[in-house]
Design a protein around this ligand. Structure first.
Ligand SMILES: NC(=O)c1ccc[n+]([C@@H]2O[C@H](COP(=O)([O-])OP(=O)(O)OC[C@H]3O[C@@H](n4cnc5c(N)ncnc54)[C@H](OP(=O)(O)O)[C@@H]3O)[C@@H](O)[C@H]2O)c1
Length: 337
């Protein structure tokens, strides 16, 4: 197949490129060449997707499918879809679980309500999830049933440039008492970018369209196994001190950012959030063990790789002083574990 990836040098896009090249597909990437290196073996087209003239250059190509991992603004995604409709019959869009109105309060499947956002909305017309919903509409407007909408949960693995798992690995490697959020039994649904990539390329080869939830199975992993596997991988003697959600919230710990991946439990989900994805499982989504994801991410970090700064996202990780103050307060409360 001939596959065009919009992006293709950062994290998920990079994994998709590697997977497609590994299957001997011809891969073209379109990006500005600003931050990351190109994956060896790709044909590179440099351009800015917000610039009409750069997009127009894609009219000269022919592909069997497009994968858009770098779309965040409906108007911008719609412009690409309008151009590419002429030269590629399938458009896979990296969307997000954040398109669902009731997430994280309720479990969500593909029939759950999605935010209402115009397909030509601009960057200031909504938050991340709302705009992703508008991007989906923009793709469907041009591609109809040939739009493949991958509603992704939390993705981890090598090159994860949000930096969530890298933060935990680095924190645990540093050792000492580690503020461990919630309970070790809390179930997450993480998915390795390389498993998303394998699944995506499978779907492209079959010409699959439609909306699909893509997340790990519940308990992949629990927070307890995640952090104890971080200890094994980094050979750390850290001591995990589990502190409950209410205590963390009352000490102003910000969910998702200060303790990455942690968010308070939602009773109706039996977890912080829950995505149901039986359709993806039926279509062949498979998961590698999280211990492999951690080992490979740590191995990459040991080469000196670091997540690229993302000034558009909230700062990741809790300040050392704040972590130790909360741990001291927790112990003073007499309930340390
Ligand atoms: N991480 C998660 O847990 C998670 C969860 C749900 C959904 N997602 C979705 O998964 C996707 C993540 O993909 P990713 O990590 O591979 O990449 P990304 O960070 O979204 O995009 C980066 C890629 O796009 C290129 N790019 C950025 N702006 C561009 C522009 N104006 N014109 C042309 N190219 C541009 C970048 O290269 P240059 O900068 O060199 O141009 C780079 O190749 C996103 O769509 C995200 O919403 C992620």
């Amino acid at each position: 197949m001939r596959i065009l990836v919009l992006g293709g040098t950062a994290f998920l896009g990079r994994a998709i490129v590697a997977e497609a090249l590994g299957r001997d597909h011809h891969v073209t990437t379109f990006n500005r060449g600003r931050r990351f290196s190109d994956v060896p073996g790709v044909e590179v087209i440099r351009g800015d997707r917000t610039e009409r003239a750069d997009l127009d250059r894609l009219r000269a190509g022919r592909w069997d499918a497009v994968v858009d991992t770098s779309g965040y603004v409906p108007r911008v995604v719609g412009q690409a879809a309008a151009v590419l409709r002429e030269v590629a019959p399938v458009y896979a869009f990296a969307s997000s679980a954040s398109v669902y109105v009731d997430r994280p309060r309720l479990p969500v499947d593909e029939s759950s309500r999605v935010f209402d956002c115009a397909p030509d909305a601009g960057p200031d017309d909504g938050d991340y999830g709302t705009l992703k919903a508008g991007c989906e509409r923009a793709v469907v407007e041009h591609y109809g049933d040939a739009a493949l909408l991958l509603r992704l949960g939390v993705i981890v693995g090598p090159y994860e440039d949000v930096g969530r798992l890298p933060w935990w690995l680095a924190r645990i490697a540093r050792g000492g008492d580690v503020l461990s959020p919630g309970s070790p039994d809390v179930r997450m649904q993480l998915v390795d970018a390389r498993d998303v990539a394998r699944f995506t390329v499978d779907l492209l080869e079959r010409g699959q369209g439609g909306a699909l939830n893509v997340a790990g199975p519940a308990g992949n992993p629990t927070f307890g196994t995640l952090l104890s596997d971080c200890m094994k991988v980094t050979e750390s003697d850290a001591r995990l001190v589990w502190v409950d959600d209410d205590f963390l919230l009352s000490h102003d710990v910000k969910p998702w950012s200060e303790l990455p991946i942690w968010a308070p439990m939602n009773a109706e989900c039996g977890a912080a959030w829950q995505m149901r994805g039986p359709r993806a499982a039926e279509l062949g989504l498979r998961f590698r063990p999280m211990s492999e994801t951690l080992a490979d991410t740590w191995a990459l970090m040991r080469t000196g790789w670091k997540p690229w700064p993302r000034p558009e996202l909230p700062e990741l990780g809790i300040d050392d002083g704040k972590e130790q103050r909360i741990l001291a307060a927790w112990r003073a409360r007499g309930t340390s574990t």
